[in-house]
Design a protein around this ligand. Structure first.
Ligand code: Z16
Length: 790
């Protein structure tokens, strides 16, 4: 059998998979035919990889995550298999535009933000490296809500990524497990047996994830809920058709929707059910695969590494012990040792509101056997932890962070600063008991999606300059440094950025009727809306700048476009007020004839992976202004630096490491350090003091309070102004003055084209360390003890 050409393959799918000839095919047919053409080649790589993993008996990595923020996959496949040019040609031949076809794909948003996108980058890097791995998650019917603005306010609409056809998954009806909840526990001669009161079935859907040049492909296996007896025949026979269909509807709710909270936990029963559903299905699958290949479960830690992405799958510890003790006859201590040998845990935040704790009532009702096991884990561990101020069982609840720590052989933070803070705050006591357990793995991003495919202009210039090896060896970007002194090269770099800005500007005009002047500085803040991320610091500075421009309209201002993107959790009212304030400020400021050519604000709705891919290549400046100590890492900061946008930021999360690598001269630093933040909070009336010392800040707050952006409704932003003038927990006021200073420094450098281009290019040249390939190699060496099979 000879492999058909890519063109043949697409046309064959059009005909035989979709029953269309080229004359009658619509856009979606072409998108699907092209996708299946790509998928065929991915499947070839996938089979080879699977075969090789079996043959070598290599250790496998399992990534358990409640979120995968995947985005579109067609371009990812085309880029990794180097089929972009061929695809473009075939589509053009039939009168279709490549970008239009790509944009037809639904954007799979099975995640909230950084944590979910990190999981997606990791899946791609695991395949690029050739590490045998599976990702496990939930196949949510509805991903993250769709955001729109009505009168400046965020409106949420349900998202239905499965409403359009998508090409990437394979349903596996033969891979199904029964997952139980509730019921009771029997004890007979010291043997425990759980009898669940309710069961649902988990069905697997597989998506192959291909790496660079198609050398390897792994599997993302997502679980979907279904009823064991989908139809209540008795009810049907009695004519109660609604009740007859009820079991199916009930079972399916478990994978119906992603909880839209980023760094907050609501403690809802359905959420705990989802967490157990994912974890129990994954463990059953892992053990089945292990037992197909090996016999002795004591070898599990040698062959299996299970990474818990945050505490969401923390029930994996007790569940694995339950299986080993109750079903396989191990004694407790040995089961615990095996589980610890396999498990490791990544912490993604220190914010108290995000640390999962379940009420013991709810937990015990849903997982009656597991709560007993957790008490036993706690007791076993208590021998080593007599003071127990950071116990997993306190305040009549189950603390998932402590549980995860105790059940893991390694616990990692996601940036150097965050890892240090883990040791001195939430996990200080446990760290004292287990000083080798906490390790750092600074986050990274995949350069295939976040440079090669989203920024073809820059990628082309890089390849022209240093060859293409940077794509899977990103530190080679340092070879660009000598080019930066070449005026012609730097102009080329500048022209690429300019093209990207023109492109975004046109796109904004065509899509939203928004105006964006490509000569202005594109100042970009894109991330979830949260008080600790301080979008309100940015908008306060914008308002103050507007005032200053009005007072002095003939000064030599640097024109700016303040670009925002991001969603607020639907129940997070303060964050929603910030969105509305930005939009309200935009309507007033954008319509001020006095400042028209100098300052504009644009908040693009429905920020998601695809929008990020459009905004990041066009950014001049990256806003990373969180209160120091609060952002665990950030990953948007890395994407923006990599694409030649210097950072204005605090010493928080991975900003610290970005600044170390790009150089202090190429980073606009401002604000208090994590230590200074702690000290400042203890200063009585810190916000009032800061306001009294800065007329610009005072002026901006006055404008908001006086209703300048909410005509006829002066108290619309009372919540914000009173918070900032009062408790101001995130120290917006105390950091304002230094932020203003740093922004004016930005103005000065940006007006010197060459100085700015140098700085931007140095950001690209020195960001190679932030590849998720480097991060994954770190996990493989320090946590998983896993090897590449390439
Ligand atoms: C999330 O996206 C993050 C933390 C968390 O507890 C929950 C969610 Cl959904 C983020 C962090 O806020 C961010 O700093 C970090 O870069 C990202 O996780 C990946 O580690």
């Amino acid at each position: 059998m000879t492999t058909p050409s890519f063109r043949e393959s697409i046309l064959r799918h059009l005909t035989y998979s979709f029953g269309k000839d080229p004359d009658h095919a619509i856009l979606e047919d072409w998108r699907m035919a092209l996708s299946l053409g790509v998928r065929d080649r991915i499947v070839d790589a996938w089979f080879k990889s699977t075969k090789r993993t079996y043959e070598t008996g290599a250790k496998r990595v399992y990534y358990l995550s409640m979120e995968y923020l995947i985005g579109r996959l067609l371009e990812d496949g085309l880029v990794n298999l180097e089929l972009v040019d061929e695809a473009r040609e075939v589509l053009a031949e039939f009168g279709y535009d490549y970008d239009t076809v790509l944009a037809d794909e639904p954007d799979a948003a099975l995640g909230n933000g950084g944590l979910g996108r990190l999981a997606a980058c990791f899946m791609e890097s695991l395949s690029t490296i050739g590490c045998p791995a599976h990702g496990y998650g939930i196949r949510y019917e509805h991903g993250l809500f769709r955001q729109s603005f009505v009168d400046g306010r965020q409106i949420e609409q349900p998202e239905l990524w499965l409403g359009q056809r998508h090409a990437w998954e394979f349903e596996r009806p033969e891979v199904r497990y029964r997952i139980g909840f509730g019921g009771h526990v029997d004890v007979r001669d010291g043997h425990y047996r759980w009898h669940p009161g309710e069961e649902v079935e988990a069905e697997a859907f597989d998506t192959p994830t291909v790496g660079w040049k198609g050398r390897w492909a792994n599997t993302l296996r997502l679980w979907s809920g279904r009823a064991i007896h989908p139809f209540d025949l008795e009810a049907f026979n009695h004519g109660d058709f609604t009740r007859a269909a009820a079991p199916e509807a009930l079972a399916r709710t478990i994978s119906r929707v992603l909880y839209p909270d980023d760094t907050t936990e609501q403690g809802r029963e359905l959420r705990l059910k989802q967490e157990y559903f994912l974890t129990a299905s994954a463990l059953r699958d892992i053990l089945r695969r292990f037992s197909n290949q090996f016999d002795d479960l004591r070898k599990l830690p040698e062959k299996v590494a299970i990474q818990l992405n945050d505490t969401h799958p923390a029930i994996a510890g007790p569940e694995l012990i339950r299986i080993l003790v109750d079903e396989k006859g191990f004694d407790f201590d040995e089961a615990m040792e095996i589980a610890q040998g396999c498990l490791s845990y990544t912490n993604h935040t220190l914010l108290p509101e995000a640390l999962e704790a379940w009420g013991e009532q709810l937990f015990g009702r849903l997982l009656p056997r597991h709560i007993g096991i957790i008490d036993r884990i706690d007791a076993t561990h208590a021998g080593r932890n007599p003071s127990r101020t950071q116990s997993m069982r306190a305040d009549q609840s189950v603390k998932m962070g402590q549980l995860s720590f105790v059940m893991a052989h390694k616990v990692n933070g996601v940036s150097a600063l965050h890892t240090d803070l883990m040791k001195t705050t939430v996990f200080s006591e446990l760290h004292g008991l287990h000083p080798d357990r906490i390790v750092n793995q600074t986050n990274g991003v995949t350069p295939r999606r976040w440079l090669l495919s989203c920024n073809p202009g820059l990628a082309g210039l890089i390849t022209e300059s240093i060859g293409e090896d940077w794509v899977d060896d990103l530190e080679q970007l340092s070879k660009l440094e000598p080019f930066i002194d070449d005026a012609g090269w730097l102009e080329h770099f500048d022209a690429v950025k300019r093209d990207n800005k023109v492109w975004l500007s046109n796109w904004m005009r065509d899509t939203y009727g928004m105006h964006a002047d490509p000569d202005a500085l594109f100042d970009v803040q894109i991330k979830r809306i949260h008080e600790y991320k301080r979008q309100h610091l940015n908008i306060l500075e914008t308002i103050a700048l507007w005032q200053e421009m009005r007072e002095n309209p003939n000064a030599d201002w640097t024109p700016r476009l303040k670009l925002f993107g991001g969603k607020a959790a639907p129940g997070y009212f303060f964050a929603k007020d910030i969105i509305r304030l930005i939009n309200d400020a935009a309507s007033v400021i954008n319509n001020d004839p006095l400042t028209q050519g100098m300052l504009r604000i644009a908040f693009l709705p429905n920020y998601n992976v695809s929008l990020a891919e459009r905004m990041i290549p066009a950014a001049d400046l990256s806003e990373q202004v969180s209160t120091a100590g609060k952002e665990a890492s950030g990953t948007g900061n890395m994407k923006l630096a990599l694409n030649g946008a210097p950072t204005i930021g605090t010493l928080d999360g991975a900003n610290v490491e970005i600044r170390e690598r790009v150089g202090a001269d190429n980073f606009f630093l401002f604000g208090m350090t994590a230590q200074e933040v702690e000290d400042r909070r203890r200063v009585e009336g810190h916000a009032g003091l800061a306001i009294a010392a800065d007329d610009r800040l005072k002026g901006a707050l006055d404008l908001i309070r006086d209703g300048r952006f909410s005509p006829g409704e002066t108290d619309r932003y009372r919540g914000i102004t009173e918070n900032l003038e009062g408790p101001d927990y995130f120290l917006v006021c105390s950091d304002f003055t230094d932020y203003w200073r740093a922004q004016r420094e930005v103005d000065v450098v940006f007006r010197d084209d060459k100085a700015w281009d140098r700085m931007a290019a140095l950001n690209t040249a020195r960001s190679g360390w932030f590849s998720s390939d480097r991060t994954i190699r770190g996990y493989m060496a320090d946590i998983w003890n896993a090897e590449s099979l390439l």
